[in-house]
Design a protein around this ligand. Structure first.
Ligand SMILES: [Zn+2]
Ligand SMILES: [Zn+2]
Length: 292
């Protein structure tokens, strides 16, 4: 079982391995460029060479890139859709160059064009992103909490994109524990997890699951509000999170924390420790994962 986190790549790509090691992350996720900006990632040859050297030298594995937040493959504005496509393609190229296990992305919102057209546009644009990027780069579609008309809050929506493209092996799924709780897909019980995974298997196929975002949820079950909480501080709590570690179907998944941390600067050593304690079947220590 590999437990890691999203870390900052500020100051250069090699920093992600330093930061992962500092907090005890076995695997890692990061942005290749500022997520609130359309600016393309730029990393020079020396930086990439150093990144690859650290990766080879026992750096946290696997690595995932997370796409920028601005992407909307179902925008009614064609220029914005094209920009979103270019950004995804660029990230997939970077994933290939960095030897990453894939790019994790949200797909956008149906608010401009309605659910049916959104489904069509997203399927078409994901297909173009795969066609225009290196074969070895995987794309992971992330489950969303579903605020507003956000696409991807049901497995059927994600499954339809994958099947609409003929099920290319490069297309995978990332399941976010906070999102499936807020979307109403997972009720926080072991029986609920069995149901969740059965639904995933029926709509998508469990062999497509390639990563877990392991977060507690500040917002309530079925609220469709996307707010991550530190482990044990949200509505899922230890009882709602532990079943993911106990489930045999998930034993080989990389678990990535995207919790706010005490300083709201991202996952800290104590957050990873809290997750590892849960995975061992231990209670989280009183202060582990808790805000000061
Ligand atoms: Zn995400
Ligand atoms: Zn996530």
């Amino acid at each position: 079982m590999r437990i890691g986190a999203h870390v900052s790549s500020e100051g250069g790509l090699p920093k992600v391995f330093e930061r992962a090691a500092e907090i005890g992350a076995d695997c890692v996720q990061f942005f290749a460029s500022p997520p609130q900006s359309w600016r393309s990632p730029f990393h020079g040859e020396t930086e990439v060479a150093e990144y690859l050297a650290r990766r080879a030298d026992g750096g946290a594995t696997p690595q995932f890139l997370h796409s920028i937040y601005l992407i909307n493959l179902a925008s009614g504005d064609e220029a914005l859709r094209e920009r979103s496509l270019r950004s995804l393609v660029t990230y997939l190229q970077w994933a290939a160059r960095l030897g990453a296990a894939g790019v994790i992305t949200h797909l956008g919102s149906a608010r401009d064009v309605g659910p049916e057209e959104a489904q069509r546009l997203i399927t078409e644009t994901v297909g173009r992103a795969l066609a225009d990027s290196p074969e070895e780069a995987r794309l992971l579609l992330e489950t969303t909490a579903g605020p507003g008309a956000t696409f991807g809050s049901t497995f059927a929506e994600l499954g339809a994109v994958i099947q609409g493209l003929g099920g290319p092996p490069r297309l995978r799924v990332c399941l976010d524990t906070a999102h499936v709780f807020a979307s109403g897909l997972y009720d926080g019980t072991p029986a609920g997890l069995d149901e969740l995974l059965a639904a995933f298997d029926a709509e998508i196929g469990l062999d497509r699951l390639a990563a877990i975002h392991f977060n507690d949820s500040k917002s309530a079950f079925g609220s469709r509000v996307d707010r991550h909480a530190n482990l044990g501080e949200g509505r899922l709590g230890a009882a709602g999170l532990r079943p993911f570690f106990a489930h045999p179907a998930l034993a080989k998944q990389p678990f990535l924390l995207e919790v706010p941390g005490r300083e709201r600067s991202g996952p800290e050593k104590r957050d990873i420790a809290a997750a590892k304690a849960l995975a061992q079947g231990e209670e989280m220590a009183a202060d582990e994962g808790k805000s000061a």
